[in-house]
Unconditional design. Sequence first.
Length: 72
Amino acid sequence: MAECELAVLAGQCLDRRISTIDTLREEIAAWEGPRNQLQTKIHWQFSTEVARTKLKRLYPVVESIEDPAKPA
């Protein structure tokens, strides 16, 4: 989620060179205030279950290995 917020910040607020760190802080504070007041949410495009199905090839199945130290 942090990456999403940084992308929005970059597109809406940081689309130009800012000369000082103080100016940067002021710009971010001015952007952050209204965004927090609106309690902006991320609208995910699909559910976790659909994501697992679509991205299945990217995540290998992890099989558990029995612990040899445990008695059977």
